[in-house]
Design a protein around this ligand. Sequence first.
Ligand code: HEC
Ligand code: HEC
Length: 438
Amino acid sequence: MVIANQGVVSMKIKTNLIVIALSATSVMSSLVLADESNANTVSVPADLTLATDSVSSITPTVNLVEALTGFDNITNGYISQDDFNAGKARFEKRKTIGDGLGPFYNAESCADCHQGPVTGAGSQVAVIRAGRFNDGEFTPPPGGGSLITERTIDANLQVHVDDTLNVRTFRVSTNALGDGYVEAIADQTLLDIAARQAATRGAIKGQAILVPILEAPGATRVGRFGAKDQHASLLSFSGDAARNELGISNPLVATESTPNGVDGSQFDTVADPEDADSSFINGIASFMRATKAPEPDHDLANTPDAIAGEQVFDKVGCDSCHVQSITTAPTGTVLSPAFTVPEALGNKTIHPFSDFLLHDVGTNDGIVQNGGAATRNKVRTTPLWGLRTHTRLLHDGSALTLDQAIKAHSGEASQTVKKYKVLSDKDTSNLLSFLKSL
Ligand code: HEC
Ligand code: HEC
């Protein structure tokens, strides 16, 4: 797959239903839609300026616009550049105890863990999750949350993992760039992917879970954010992370955490909710919604090796879970009482290389969050967009090379990994070239 932002020479996008071959050397171009099921092709003249929102319509019925990509700190159009800059500044600003930092926290700003190459991405920083698994049942630590925060504003409050917590794992900070588009994926689109997997004879059966939308009490959506799909809304994630990672209570998560049952209230001098007017969580959520998706390395993606490697990726079945292309819901779709798809995020084709579903691929996370007991050892298919910026692979950072990460897949991915292991050296190196371009 090749996606170029300007001076487009050629582009091939493959979805499960449509192959679009497109060559544009000037503004006028020709778009060829081929339905794989009957191999009919139609040519539609299209006025294309790729990667801008100006392509509102290709035909009256096909509104296909590529989502913006780039590590360039430029808004995707959801909010103005000034508002983007202001939201980014909130995301980066180090909180102080006077602002409400702590009493339990993991870092002083969102960007401490979400930066690389630009603010909003993931990083190497890992956090601790722990709990108990006894008599076939997972229970979180006393206090209710599985996050064991590692910093406190007073040494007497330090929290530790104790020996009764027999489930222990790390979670590496995941990417949030482009997550506005992910939020705008219709639930049904993800449910359809799950249904398609369920209809096959193989072991691959992704699970969609419904999670609460904190800002719309009573509403739920299909989870898609975080290693456990624990959230479906970037505002909900902001409220949760503000409280849990920084110790900034807010109207969505209004009281301080009590990790492993430790109560820090006597050390907390700022009244809850600390972000009383929600300006912090609204600002950071808007910033994330306005980020562009991670951009592939176009030069590498254009090499014959990477192009061949993409075919290997599909041939061995990586794309069953790492779904290349998804289209967001139409502009105006009401996602929850609190959020309607804006024009900048609606009808956009993204290339996340994920189905956003939970799978057991044998990597043993062990923690239950929003998904219920069956999700204990399941993890969301890691979106591979921006993979070239990841150093610690898998949810716990336990793999440091691509080959190691791929070979660590078992469970639902066993058949695929079996095929991977018998690839020729050339096919393997082509596949790795392709992965390194993402
Ligand atoms: C100490 C590190 C740390 C800090 C600080 C932190 N995060 Fe995260 N973040 C993580 C980790 C680890 C994950 C993924 C692991 C998981 O889901 O358990 C994550 C995941 C996310 C995701 C989900 C992205 C995706 O699609 O998977 C969002 C959104 C997010 N964080 C937003 C925030 C915001 C907003 C802040 C600031 C209020 C913040 N984070 C602060 C570590 C951190
Ligand atoms: C059954 C679904 C499934 C299949 C098939 C599958 N994966 Fe995955 N993949 C996952 C899940 C789930 C994770 C997250 C596992 C974890 O973090 O513990 C993952 C993680 C990864 C990661 C780690 C990314 C990171 O940044 O941490 C890479 C790389 C990867 N897969 C590549 C591949 C390749 C290449 C193939 C084909 C050979 C493949 N996967 C097949 C579901 C799948």
